[in-house]
Design a protein around this ligand. Structure first.
Ligand code: HEC
Ligand code: HEC
Length: 343
């Protein structure tokens, strides 16, 4: 906030000195949506653009995302999926100080600082600002036919994830509109971009030429991630695994509690593999036994392969790309698991 007010004052004063006719009030503040600045600069509106928010729709959309369906008389009805809700895999809040930062180490530090889950899906915060979805290796899991239409169309991406990732159904037209209204409330704001004072002055300068506007559009777009990359990697070679001997315990504990237990905690989405159910000791011992293996019991393997949905076990575990969980974070997790097993 402070930075922006300083910039604003400096800007107004400078303009005042330069020429009185430029003494216009700063048009933007820290909470101005990035999309409205882009549009003011002449950028094309995205297909999923919602001009005026309908708060009733926002509420319905929020219920679908947060509770998994329509919230009626204290109960969830019309569920999108019997097994999942969107927030089992996605955050709705920022995962980094600035929107151009996708480094797993800084995302983890941010999650620790703000007490947020650390999840395999990308955050919904800023999702309407992106121009491509399901990037990178997601094709390997879902196939080209499903991914291609979702790559450049947010509506298709939402439908793909409602049906396939959530093991559910597609949203109705009304539900989809509601979810888009809600997601629009999570769009990037000016404060989410790492802009210098002079960059800020440049984008808000009055009387820009077409050339300057185009330049400022490019500048804004360079300040946030427009398509989250996703790289699927193989599990660390069993011979190279540290198997808990080395790693950051504090990080490992956070990953275990805010990522694994997010689904594996008692009463959460998993049925077969429940951790932390009062027999913690046994869980950790069990996980340690599998460190060397390349199968579902091994944290090294399962994080990179996930599981598949089947008729018997419709709930499945998503693959963590290396952007969502780094190899060194897996070593941190192993170190925590080993330390707990020895308690
Ligand atoms: C079981 C886990 C899971 C659930 C439940 C889930 N998703 Fe996803 N979703 C993912 C994964 C994994 C990806 C791909 C990685 C990513 O987000 O970048 C993804 C991607 C997406 C994307 C594209 C994100 C991007 O920036 O590329 C959208 C949009 C999306 N999901 C919407 C939804 C909605 C809406 C729901 C609820 C109706 C939902 N998802 C439920 C796991 C899930
Ligand atoms: C989005 C939800 C989700 C997250 C997050 C998640 N899992 Fe899973 N995991 C599942 C589901 C669902 C299954 C399979 C069905 C079941 O156990 O009910 C599973 C299965 C497993 C299994 C057993 C696999 C087998 O073949 O028996 C292990 C071990 C496991 N997960 C470890 C982890 C660890 C470690 C983490 C954290 C890094 C983690 N999971 C994060 C949902 C999740």
């Amino acid at each position: 906030m402070y930075r922006y007010s300083v910039a604003l004052v400096a800007f107004v004063v400078l303009c005042g000195f330069a020429a009185n006719k430029y003494l216009a009030p700063m048009p933007y503040d820290a909470d101005t949506p990035v999309s409205s600045i882009l549009i003011a600069l002449g950028d094309e509106k995205p297909e999923h653009y919602i001009g005026t928010l309908d708060m009733e729709k926002v509420g319905v959309g929020k219920d679908i995302v947060m509770t998994g369906g329509e919230w009626v008389n204290g109960q969830v009805t019309n569920r999108v999926s019997e097994y999942f809700k969107c927030v089992d895999c996605h955050n709705v809040l920022p995962e980094s100080r600035f929107a151009n930062d996708n480094d797993p180490e800084s995302r983890l530090a941010y999650s620790m600082e703000y007490n947020r889950p650390y999840l395999p899906g990308s955050t919904f915060y800023g999702i309407t600002n992106r121009t491509s979805w399901f990037n990178g290796d997601h094709e390997k899991k879902y196939g080209k036919e499903l991914i291609e239409p979702a790559r450049h169309d947010l509506v298709n991406a939402i439908q793909l994830c409602s049906k396939e990732c959530s093991v559910g159904r597609m949203l109705t037209k009304e539900e989809l509109q509601a979810v888009l209204h809600y997601l629009t409330t999570l769009e990037l704001k000016l404060k989410d971009l790492d802009l210098s004072d002079s960059e800020l002055a440049s984008i808000s300068a009055p009387g820009q030429t077409e050339e300057q506007k185009a330049q400022n559009i490019r500048l804004l777009k360079s300040k946030y991630i427009r398509g989250y990359p996703a790289t699927f990697v193989e599990a660390i070679d069993p011979k190279l695994r540290k198997k808990g001997e080395e790693g950051n315990l504090e990080n490992g504990e956070w990953i275990y509690k805010k990522s694994c237990l997010h689904c594996h905690g008692p009463g959460k989405v998993t049925k077969k593999t429940v951790f932390g159910n009062g027999e913690g000791q046994k869980d950790f011992d069990w996980l340690v036994k599998y460190f060397k293996k390349s199968n579902g019991g091994s944290v090294y393997w399962i994080t990179r392969h996930g599981t598949s949905s089947s008729n018997k076990t419709p709930e499945y575990m998503p693959i963590y790309s290396k952007e969502k969980l780094s190899d060194s974070q897996i070593e941190d997790l192993a170190a925590y698991i080993l330390a707990e097993s020895m308690k």
